[in-house]
Design a protein around this ligand. Structure first.
Ligand code: UDP
Length: 242
C-alpha cells in the first residue's frame, strides 16, 4: 500500500488515502478526549488496543451477518476499511443507565433499564452533538427513513451479539455508540470503531469500570482497563473459534 495521504484527522483516529478507490487506511491514535474535547490526554497503547478490540468485534459481527467496513489489520495500530459515505449520526444503545442518560433522566447509574433504549445524536462538534430523533434526521436530510430503520435494526442486532459475547468475557455491555455509512451500492454498513472508547464495559463480578469513564472521571488504571478488555476478548474469541 504505497500511497499514504492524510485525508482527515479526528480526535482518536487518522484517515489516510491508500490509492485504492475502495479502501481507506485508519490509524488509531493514543490521544483521548472527553466532554466535547474540553478534556484532553493520551492513554498508553490505546491505539493498538482499540485497533485490536475493534478488529475482533468487527470480524465477530461480520461472521454473524452484520456488514462492517473492516477489511484487515496492518501494522500495530492501523486498519484497512471499506470506503463509506458516512451518515453524520451517532447511534447509542443503552442497557443500563449511565453517563448522560442517568443525568438527564435522574436515574441512578447502574439502574437496569426495563428495555434497552436507542438514541440518535447529530454528529456536529460546534453544536456539541445534540440528541435528535428520526424526524430531525429526515428534516436535515442526514438519512432517509429507510436508512434510519436499517441503522436501528443493525444497532439492535449488534447489541444482542455483543452483549452475549461480552457476558462470556465477564463483562456487562452497559451502553455503546455506533456510526454507519453507505457503500457504493447504497447499503448501510457499520463503520467507525467499537472499543473501550465508545462502549461502557463493567466487570460482571465487581462492577469495576473497564472503559473510557476511567479517563473521563480520573479513576486511574486507564491503560490497564483497556488491556484487560483486550485480554478477555482474546480469551473468549479463541474459545468461540474453538
Ligand atoms: N459515546 C461515544 N462518543 C460520543 C458520545 C458517547 O462513543 O461522542 C459513547 C460512550 O462511550 C457511551 C455511550 O456512547 O458508551 C453513551 O454515552 P453518553 O451519552 O452517556 O455520554 P457521555 O457520558 O459519554 O458524555
Amino acid at each position: 500500500m504505497p500511497v499514504k495521504e492524510k485525508l482527515y484527522e479526528g480526535k482518536a483516529k487518522i484517515i489516510f488515502d491508500t490509492g485504492r478507490s475502495d479502501a481507506y487506511l485508519v490509524e488509531y491514535k493514543d490521544d483521548a478526549t472527553a466532554f466535547n474535547a474540553q478534556k484532553r490526554g493520551t492513554i498508553g497503547d490505546k491505539g493498538p488496543v482499540n485497533r485490536d478490540v475493534s478488529a475482533m468485534l468487527f470480524r465477530y459481527l461480520e461472521e454473524r451477518g452484520i456488514p462492517t467496513h473492516y477489511v484487515e489489520s496492518v501494522g500495530e495500530r492501523e486498519m484497512v476499511v471499506r470506503r463509506l459515505r458516512m451518515i453524520p449520526v451517532e447511534v447509542v444503545v443503552r442497557n443500563v443507565a449511565a453517563g448522560s442518560l442517568a443525568k438527564r433522566l435522574g436515574l441512578e447509574e447502574g439502574t437496569v433499564l426495563r428495555r434497552p433504549v436507542l438514541e440518535f445524536y447529530y454528529k456536529d462538534d460546534d453544536l456539541g452533538d445534540p440528541m435528535i430523533n428520526e424526524y430531525h434526521i429526515q428534516a436535515l436530510e442526514l438519512a432517509t427513513l429507510e436508512q434510519v430503520r436499517e441503522m436501528a435494526d443493525l444497532a439492535w442486532r449488534v447489541n444482542e451479539e455483543l452483549s452475549a459475547l461480552l457476558e462470556k468475557a465477564g463483562l456487562r455491555l452497559i451502553d455503546f455508540k455506533l456510526e454507519f455509512g453507505l457503500d457504493e451500492a447504497g447499503r448501510v454498513v457499520l463503520g467507525d470503531e467499537i472499543s473501550p472508547d465508545t462502549c461502557r464495559f463493567w466487570d460482571a463480578r465487581t462492577g469495576e469500570k473497564l472503559d473510557k469513564d476511567r479517563f473521563r472521571r480520573d479513576l486511574g488504571g486507564v491503560e490497564e482497563a483497556y488491556q484487560e478488555v483486550l485480554r478477555r476478548l482474546r480469551e473468549v474469541l479463541h474459545d468461540v473459534a474453538g
